[in-house]
Design a protein around this ligand. Structure first.
Ligand SMILES: Cc1cc2nc3c(=O)[nH]c(=O)nc-3n(C[C@H](O)[C@H](O)[C@H](O)COP(=O)(O)O)c2cc1C
Length: 367
């Protein structure tokens, strides 16, 4: 029942991806457990050092012989931004809140090692390369030549058409409900990026790109959501938030605790942490930026600039000053389970949901 084009194309048993989540969350144990259970586990490698990526890939391969993915965020460096006194005042307020001295005023402009990270994926012969924020560019050609499968991320029809043109093997349709960063290519210097709901975005993309496997992402928390996405024409689902608090996740304990206590009204989209819009549980860090009315610096400069604050907050178990990325389905997280338990549960729930739909339309298979 759950065998789709995605399963064929990616040599997996289940149409299910555990999202690659940057920021020290997706451990080799999580990735391997999901792949072993029949899904496609993904290492979120966007902020990892190249050597750490290599070690993690080798560990995944030691734990499973099944396919898995490694995810990177692809973005250009930006020009040195202007800094206003109001911004500096807000930043220093956050630094003081976690016991850090005033900011030196030095902007962290050293480029991120995206090409070096990608090289590790090539050298370690990763089966699937997934990415967000842009088209794959030259990385796409190199990945294809090396025999990797490619998964891009779209938040609009225009982005999906461009990804198809670029030759990807599947496209994540990321709805506005999704936790973490919006994948929107051009977010400009304000606003939330494109936030089309998962339901209309998946319906639109499956209709407009009939030959492309579409992977629904955003707000899918259980097997009912999986069946809903497949009913819309999706070939697979990608879940991030559902795996955040699992036993294998290395998310900070204070972050996990906040997720398990979260209500459905608790998330908001913010640029305060990284400079790009991302959805997470609202906290003091986000509130103070809104109250101060200051514009964060562009990604990735803002992300580097707030890194020291987030690290200090983590040392102090201070969930008010760390990122608490989560999707709108966060209130459905109830307990810490293992990744394998989550996959098994999703499939049982999906089968129940499909049986319920079959009951609602008796005789439909005969018509
Ligand atoms: C903590 C967190 C980190 C994320 N990091 C990435 C990332 O590095 N790369 C990426 O393509 N997507 C990332 N995402 C987005 C996921 O790929 C996916 O679109 C999203 O989790 C789906 O929505 P859901 O959280 O409601 O399941 C992240 C999501 C979360 C929750």
């Amino acid at each position: 029942m759950l065998n789709t084009r995605f399963c064929e194309r990616f040599s997996v048993e289940l149409p299910l991806i555990q999202a690659g989540m940057a920021g020290n969350i997706t451990t080799p144990e999580m990735v391997a457990a999901v792949s072993e259970a029949g899904g496609l586990g993904t290492l979120g490698a966007a902020y990892m050092q190249p050597d750490a990526i290599r070690q993690a890939i080798r560990e995944i391969k030691r734990l499973t012989s099944k396919p898995f993915a490694v995810n990177l965020l692809l973005y250009p460096e930006v020009e040195r931004p202007e800094v206003t006194p109001a911004f500096t005042e807000w930043l220093n307020g956050r630094r003081a809140a976690v016991g850090l001295p005033e900011w030196s005023g030095e902007l962290p402009m050293t480029p991120d090692a995206i090409a070096e990270r990608f090289r590790i994926l090539l050298e370690e012969e990763v089966p699937v390369f997934s990415f967000a924020f842009s088209l794959p560019g030259a990385f796409g050609e190199e990945a294809r030549r090396a025999g990797m499968k490619l998964i891009g991320t779209a938040t609009t029809l225009e982005e999906a058409l461009a990804l198809q043109e670029a030759g990807v093997d599947a496209i994540v349709a990321q709805g506005g409900e999704a936790g973490g960063h919006r994948g929107t290519f051009h977010v400009g210097d304000q606003g939330d990026g494109a936030c089309i709901g998962t339901l209309p975005l998946v319906a639109l993309l499956t209709e407009a790109l009939p030959d492309m496997p579409i992977i629904a992402a955003g707000g899918i928390m259980d097997g009912r959501g999986m069946i809903a996405a497949l009913a819309l024409g999706a070939d697979a689902v990608q879940l991030g938030t559902r795996f955040l608090a699992c036993k294998e996740s290395s998310a900070h304990p204070a972050y996990k605790a906040r997720l398990l206590a979260a209500r459905e009204t608790d998330t908001a989209i913010t640029r305060a942490f990284s400079g790009r819009p991302a959805r997470g549980v609202d906290n003091r860090f986000m509130q103070t930026q809104r109250e101060a009315g200051v514009s964060p610096l562009p990604f990735p400069v803002q992300n580097r600039l707030t890194g020291e604050i987030r690290a200090a907050a983590a040392r102090q178990n201070d969930s008010e000053n760390m990122t608490l990325w989560a999707g709108q389905g966060v209130a459905m997280l109830r307990e810490e389970e293992s990744a394998a338990e989550i996959v098994a549960k999703l499939i049982r729930e999906a089968e129940r949901a499909a049986a319920r739909i079959a009951l609602l339309c008796p005789g439909s298979s005969r018509r």
